[in-house]
Design a protein around this ligand. Sequence first.
Ligand SMILES: Cc1ncc(COP(=O)(O)O)c(C=O)c1O
Length: 283
Amino acid sequence: MLELASVNGVVTTLVDAKVPLLDRGVLFGDAIYEVIRFYNGRPFCLDAHLERLCHSAAGLRFSVMLDTDRLRRQGLALFEQSGLLDGRLYYQISRGVGSARSYLPGPGLQPTEIIVAESIHPPDEMTYAEGVSVVTAREIRWSRTDLKTTNLIPRILVRLDAQADGAYEALWVDDQHFVLEGTSSNVFAVFGGVLRTPPTGSGLLAGVTRRIVMEQAISEGFPLQERPIRLDELLAADEVFLTATTPEILGIVRVDHHTIGSGIPGPVTQKLLLSYRERVKGD
Ligand SMILES: Cc1ncc(COP(=O)(O)O)c(C=O)c1O
């Protein structure tokens, strides 16, 4: 098993991969990305991630359409070549390599396509059983949070704050005190058996895991609402959990040191995690 990278089709080990200095991803973070989890050698929701990659490319006004069929083929081949079974593919596509350091891209740029097959380090089972702490952070990102770009400085800053506080994640809270999502996860809360998650279009990334969890919730018969959640409501919820490709579904048991529910992941969180894990086996 070997972590591999492909840069415009040139495959090397991950540590040997090279990108030109004038690549706009390197200079400006003018790039988009996706992370796809593999279970037992098979990708989960690869097409949904490639669709979101196209959405992000259109949002950044890339002039070249992404060839998703080829990206899918190259990604699958790279993952197979790596010999990994449980791991993930990382796609990063920048607008391309300029001839000088200039904000304006100039004509004829070809996107730089990076694909990485890498191992993953999801939380251990004890963490799933005990749940995690999170902190809240005032929303300081730009308004296009529906695009998955590599411009991640606000995320890095609040994750450093979270780490200093011993927290697993930070939740973005807007000026109206609505909880939007985590730095790399979406958020759900349970109120009297009713699941609620903030709606897309309210300042969050439409997570692929979020969508699958919503489908699973419906098929498990849980009432589900896509409605904003105020921070004071979240603190009073019976259960809170986050969703994302790598950690799947993870109970949140403390928000800013305030205990949620009974202080351990609740029955809805546990049921949905089981149901999600069944789903990934079947897809
Ligand atoms: C800001 C943000 N929200 C939500 C998510 C979860 O998305 P997904 O479920 O597609 O992994 C991510 C993933 O990295 C993210 O960066």
